[in-house]
Design a protein around this ligand. Structure first.
Ligand SMILES: [Cu+2]
Length: 512
């Protein structure tokens, strides 16, 4: 496939559920898949991917007195993912996904969100510590035509966060259509570190997703009962909404801020030539020190910042591999078995093409930050949350609550847990179902105490707001619920497989 050849899917059978196995979309992905796995070491490899990675524009807001103001418009649009095919999408200040919001620790911000999509939605600031009233969750819906402001002070360590629709029962569909974007927080400590930081050049946001196109080029959100049960998994990999994406590396070290923005797929990430890289950050901050690996597992909602050395003559591909790899937790195998193909196949997300003369980069600092561990002895309360899925007859008959936490499905008018302000708590997260669930807690960054009684994986020893709970596993996390309280407006905790969240695997807590 040449770089100039347009790719046009067949339009003959525009049946909604006739998916693209035999269309040009599928063909393109399959071709890059085959070539991608056969990269080998004789001189410069031929480019495989065909589209420059879209880099979301940065939005650093506008100063209005002591407040930095951001204006977001949530809108309907169309996007040309493939030449000459316009796909209906939704985006924020754009046609698919949104700008990267650049925030500074300590600054007062106001984000105006205008809804122009013709139905109610909302935007949630995932991972940020803020008052419940400003969280952008199901209790802060924005009707079509209305604008709602979220106003708060940024109190975060430097890290990569994100924002996405959190509309009750509609989150999965809205995110599928494109309502998500990245947030980068900077702080003084990380500004002083010698890390790659030129946005879009050697510091690159990478939103990973997978989608399904019908033969008419549209991405219908039309989940089957199986999709609703297991989560909607696509067969076409997206990086920032780019299919078959590539970047040219101009510097020796490239920092990728990777967000798993998929609805339901856990990615087992590494490079096609298995080259090592350093993980430098987790969900809510930098790790204390770079962690050398060649494989990371990233569940929906999780982020990882990595730095890879692009030296060498060869192009290489950031891919998700189905077969587990070294450092993973057997996720690929498990999902392939459970999901029956689809999203756990090999996904080639992003080809990296080193320039002939790479600009030198500084060596990574040995120490990145300090994370004060929260001592289990300081916890005043322990709560247990069991993630459950009703399988068998209940599911087949389609009644009852199929996705629950502690036997209950989400109810807007029921507060499930009340946490005392400024207290430290241990939350025990268990999973009685047969598939993994990523558990997300609003408002806080937590620390993982142990996973199945064992210390967390090195890449998980930083600040986290989302953690994958494998079947039969108990993960203990510890968090401080500081500063903000509101007896009436709750925060959410939920599974970040968006179909599960929408089906009720969500609960509410207040801080008082
Ligand atoms: Cu789940």
């Amino acid at each position: 496939m040449s770089e100039t050849q347009p790719v046009i899917p067949t339009l003959k059978y525009a049946t909604r559920r006739t998916f693209l196995k035999n269309t040009a979309f599928g063909g393109m992905v399959a071709v890059s898949g085959i070539l991608g796995s056969s990269l080998s070491g004789f001189g410069r490899t031929a480019p495989i991917h065909i589209n420059p990675l879209k880099i979301p524009p940065q939005d650093s807001g506008t100063k209005e007195g002591a407040t930095t103001v951001y204006n977001l418009n949530v809108e309907n649009s169309t996007t040309e993912f493939v030449n000459q095919i316009r796909t209906s999408t939704r985006g924020i200040n754009g046609s698919y996904l949104g700008p990267t919001l650049r925030l500074k620790d300590g600054e007062n911000i106001k984000i105006n969100v205008k809804n122009s999509i013709g139905e109610t939605t909302t935007l949630h600031w995932h991972g940020l510590h803020l008052p419940a009233s400003e969280d952008g969750g199901p209790h802060q819906p924005i009707k079509n035509g209305e604008t709602r402001a979220s106003q708060f002070q940024v109190k975060q360590k430097a890290a990569s966060f994100w924002y996405h629709s959190h509309q009750l029962h509609k989150t999965a569909e809205h995110v599928w259509q494109g309502l998500a974007g990245m947030i980068i927080v900077d702080d003084a400590e990380s500004d002083a570190l010698d890390l790659p930081r030129e946005y879009g050049v050697d510091d690159i946001p990478v939103v990973l997703q997978d989608r399904i196109f019908a033969n008419d080029g549209q991405m219908y959100y039309d989940p089957s009962r199986h999709d609703r049960m297991m989560g909607m998994v696509g067969n076409t990999p997206f990086a920032n909404g780019t299919i078959s994406a590539f970047i040219e590396a101009k510097t020796k070290l490239i920092r990728l801020r990777i967000l798993n923005g998929s609805n339901a797929s856990t990615y087992n990430l590494g490079f096609s030539d298995n080259r090592p890289f350093a993980q430098i950050g987790s969900d809510g901050g930098l790790l204390e020190a770079p962690y050398q690996t060649n494989n990371i597992t990233l569940a929906p909602g999780e982020r990882a910042e990595i730095v890879v050395d692009a030296s060498g003559n060869e192009n290489f591909i950031l891919q998700s591999r189905s077969s587990g790899g070294t450092g993973g937790m057997g996720m690929g195998m498990m999902r392939r078995g459970m999901m029956g193909g689809g999203g756990s196949e090999n996904f080639n997300f992003l080809e990296i093409r080193p320039s002939e003369n790479l600009k030198a980069s500084s060596t990574l600092p040995a120490k990145l930050t300090t994370i004060e561990p929260l001592a289990p002895s300081s916890a005043v309360n322990t709560r247990r949350f069991m993630l459950e899925m009703a399988m068998g007859p209940m599911m087949m008959l389609g009644f009852g609550n199929t996705h629950t936490i502690n036997d209950r499905a989400m109810k807007m008018n029921r507060i499930d847990e009340v946490v005392a302000k400024n207290s430290i708590e241990i939350w025990e997260l268990g999973n009685t179902s047969q598939i993994p669930h990523p558990f997300h807690i609003h408002d806080v960054q937590f620390q993982i105490l142990d996973r199945g009684g064992r210390p967390p994986h090195p890449g998980e020893r930083g600040l986290k707001d989302t953690v994958l709970i494998n079947p039969g596993e108990m993960v203990r996390v510890i968090a401080k619920f500081s500063e903000y309280s509101d007896p009436n407006i709750p925060y959410m905790y939920h599974c970040h497989i968006l179909e599960h969240e929408d089906a009720g695997m969500m609960g509410q807590f207040t801080v008082v």
